[in-house]
Design a protein around this ligand. Structure first.
Ligand SMILES: Cc1ncc(COP(=O)(O)O)c(C=O)c1O
Length: 219
């Protein structure tokens, strides 16, 4: 969501008097384009005090340091934080202290340099996947060019079902992706799918996109 869209979202939240839950898990993973301020930062600029803000900002170390340690953070007005503490206590008392200590130590020692490294690596993988898609996808398939994150969104020709395609991809090509329907609240999106570029190297990406292209061509 661009800056204008974020401002509009804040206007709407004011009008409807509702909370904004900002899921910023991928905020550090921007490869190009201009950084957009978090919604919470835009609201803070309007109101001056965190205590007056309705936005609940959720950050995560899962995409930058380690998903397995299960450590993230929330920035919000103190009444919200107090309620979240109660909910967390009811759910599992607290996140493992040793995990929090490990994240704290690593984050203090080298968070920025580490994030710079993974940003460079993921950018190269994104570019490799974009180039491989251009080489291997048949006419009628479209895809996004994300400025950040870990995924490219593919749109297949209308009438195709990515769920059916996944079954064939696994069976015939030993290839998997995430069908897009689950990401659509209105039940549409059956001809869309999500490709992850972050966990594969250039050769694997080339091989995977070549297999996907061959499967699509054969349909
Ligand atoms: C958009 C988004 N938000 C949040 C998360 C989850 O983060 P965490 O591991 O901190 O629960 C993910 C992970 O897949 C994600 O894709």
């Amino acid at each position: 969501v661009d800056r204008e869209g974020r401002e509009k979202l804040l206007d709407l939240a004011e009008e409807l008097d509702c909370m904004v839950l900002e899921d910023a898990a991928y905020q550090s993973l921007r490869y190009d384009g201009d950084p957009v301020p978090p919604i919470l930062a835009l609201e803070l600029a309007r109101k001056g005090e965190l205590e007056d803000c309705r936005t609940v900002y959720c950050g995560s170390f899962s995409k930058t340091l380690s998903p397995g340690l299960r450590v993230g953070w929330v920035v919000a007005a103190s009444p919200v934080i107090q309620q979240l503490v109660l909910m967390k206590q009811a759910a599992d008392l607290h996140s493992a202290t040793i995990n929090q200590m490990a994240i704290h130590k690593v984050a203090k020692a080298c968070f920025d340099t580490h994030v710079d490294r993974i940003r460079d690596a993921y950018k190269a993988r994104r570019d490799a996947m974009l180039a491989a898609l251009a080489r291997h996808m048949p006419d009628g398939v479209e895809w996004t060019r994300p400025e950040g994150g870990m995924f490219i969104w593919l749109t297949l020709p209308r009438g195709m079902d990515a769920g059916d395609l996944l079954a064939r991809a696994i069976e015939e090509k030993n290839l998997a992706f995430v069908p897009g329907r689950a990401f659509h609240a209105d039940g549409t999106g059956e001809n869309t799918l999500r490709l992850a570029f972050s966990c594969a190297d250039g050769a694997m990406i080339e091989d995977g996109m070549s297999r996907l292209g061959a499967l699509l061509r054969g349909i």
